[in-house]
Write a protein that binds this ligand. Structure first.
Ligand code: HEM
Length: 513
């Protein structure tokens, strides 16, 4: 007798117990359960054919393989259709793709003292080869107790709600200056808006994190060789090669062009960070009372954190802050520009919360901008910057009747799952109301379906700041302009961070007062 197990809570509870339990089998994309006493092995999990020595690595090889690393989401879709909710691969490591939110939850509910990721492997190698500059591979790439040493030191100042709130005014001022610059520069839909958002968020993170004004909208800084242009290019140069390097092996034997780009980008970021850091250390020592509080200022006073730890975290911040926030804002603007009814609701909400342009943007008003925040949530569901979340399993576990050994690299496929009709209604539609409790379109969405900032102690350290910064940008832009989308259907290039695959072509029409 077969029963469907797709949403079974009983099944969710059973996945951690290695005993006789019902297990499901997958036939194409249809999941059915059978009563079966034994736990199956990792190799029994459906997935592409694995060969001796190379495993499934051939799938990633240029010309031979059918995976395009810049369109890895397409491969994830095909695998889901072909193999179902768990997909096994072996590109040099045991790799498991997990699609169903119940199973994703089980993975994250494992008690792990130091949740680990296998990513930024080449960057980790590069930083450890420079012990005079770095103590560790940094927050993004380090695992184990050394990761926790730096994460626990930095996270209080980074993540607490109180800490995020204190930057509202500074960020608002930067966004308002940006809008004035847009007006003066007569930005039109012929311009790609993304590079301007990169500059905006460089200004924002520069101010919040280092109290550094990059002046990136001045004519000199808009040039390609300026400091701000080099930082933005180096952050992108670091991020865009990470996934290919993680999947490649040649860089371990000789300096491949991609590894060289990574090294050059890291060198550029570390040089600029060290200059800022030296400046700040001297400044704080001279004049302790007269400064604007930046993250760096609080970090410098941390016990057990030295200059090399600070360099690592500053480079991580520049790498992690610019592309993520500007891509996410681009997608939010895209969805709002294509869904004028939603944009009108945002405008109505803003008009009530901010009756005049002089109304001060406060933490209290931001917390009341429920529709704006739901739009962001909905946009991040449809277009998360990462296809999913990666973890290295610390202990053996059983998932859907299969034994998953310790050391397996798990990739949760939230981007695909978040677009599946099994898990929410009308999934391809941009519908912020689905997140609003008192709306009639509210859906009780599984909490592990959309995880744009990851989950648990290893989740994005800057989530609150990033959400707040994007909210402020959306509020100020939509307050001023009716925004229309002038491009085609927007897709993604999967470069570790999902980049819009075409220019952000927006028409900004000033709203009539
Ligand atoms: C919309 C903006 C952003 C998104 C969607 C985002 C998303 C993510 C995700 C998915 C992770 C991995 C989480 C996990 O493994 O569970 C992450 C980690 C991280 N993010 Fe963000 N992020 C954003 C902005 C930022 C900003 C602005 C910063 C820095 C100021 C930042 C710094 C970091 C760092 C340092 C980590 C590594 C944390 C660790 O491993 O302990 N992120 N982020």
């Amino acid at each position: 007798m077969f029963i469907t197990l797709k949403k079974s809570r009983y099944f969710k509870i059973s996945v951690n117990i290695i005993k006789c339990r019902p297990r499901s089998t997958v036939k194409g994309n249809v999941e059915v359960a059978s009563t079966c006493p034994e736990i199956l092995s990792f190799n029994d999990i459906p997935g592409p054919k694995s060969y001796p020595v190379i495993g499934t690595l051939y799938k990633y090889w240029p010309f031979l393989g059918d995976y395009n690393t810049e369109a890895i989401d397409k491969a994830a879709w095909l695998n889901w259709r072909k193999y179902g909710g768990l997909v096994r691969e072996e590109p040099g490591v045991k790799l498991l793709h997990v699609y169903e939110p119940d199973l994703i939850e089980s993975v994250f509910r494992q008690k792990e003292r130091y949740p680990s990721r296998r990513s930024h492997v080449a960057m980790h190698y590069y930083r450890l080869s420079k012990p005079h500059i770095y103590n560790t591979g940094g927050l993004l790439s380090t695992n184990g107790p050394e990761w926790w040493r730096i994460r626990s030191a930095f996270q209080k100042n980074f993540s607490s709600p109180q800490n995020a709130k204190q930057y509202i005014e500074q960020v608002n001022n930067i966004v308002e200056r940006f809008i004035q610059w847009m007006q003066l520069s007569k930005i039109s839909h012929h311009d790609d808006f993304l590079p301007y958002l990169n500059r905006l968020y460089l200004e924002v993170i520069g101010k919040i994190a280092f109290n550094e004004h990059f002046k990136s909208f001045t004519p000199q800084e808009l040039g390609p060789k300026s400091r701000s242009s080099r930082v933005i290019a180096a952050a992108f140069g670091s991020n865009s090669g990470i996934m290919k390097l993680d999947n490649g092996v040649m860089w371990r034997f000789f300096e491949t062009p991609l590894y060289r780009t990574l090294v050059k980008s890291q060198e550029c970021l570390e040089k600029i960070c060290i200059e800022i850091l030296l400046n700040r250390v001297n400044f704080y020592e001279k004049d302790k009372d007269d400064y604007e509080k930046s993250l760096l200022e609080t970090f410098i006073r941390l016990p057990n954190i030295d200059f090399k730890d600070l360099t690592g975290v500053m480079v991580d911040i520049l790498m992690a802050a610019i592309d993520t926030t500007s891509y996410s804002t681009s997608f939010a603007l895209y969805h709002l520009a294509r869904n004028q009814d939603c944009q009108n609701k945002v405008f109505d909400e803003i008009s009530v919360l901010f009756p005049t342009e002089e109304t001060k943007l406060s933490a209290d008003l931001l917390s009341k901008a429920i529709y704006v925040r739901s739009c962001l949530k909905e946009s991040l569901r449809l277009n998360p910057v990462a296809i999913g979340v990666g973890r290295v399993l610390q202990n053996d576990m059983v998932l859907k009747g299969y034994k998953i050994p310790q050391g397996t690299v798990i990739v949760t496929q939230n981007m695909v799952s978040s677009r599946l009709p099994q898990f929410l209604k009308d999934p391809l539609r941009f519908k912020p109301e689905r997140w609003i409790r008192d709306s009639e379109d509210y859906e009780n969405i599984h909490p592990f379906l959309s995880l744009p900032f990851g989950f648990g102690p290893r989740s994005c350290i800057a989530r609150r700041l990033a959400e707040q910064n994007m909210c402020i940008t959306l509020i100020r832009l939509i307050q001023k302009y009716k925004i229309t989308w002038m491009g085609g259907e927007l897709g993604v290039k999967t470069l570790l961070i999902n980049k819009p695959d075409q220019p952000i072509s927006l028409c900004f029409t000033p709203r009539i007062k």
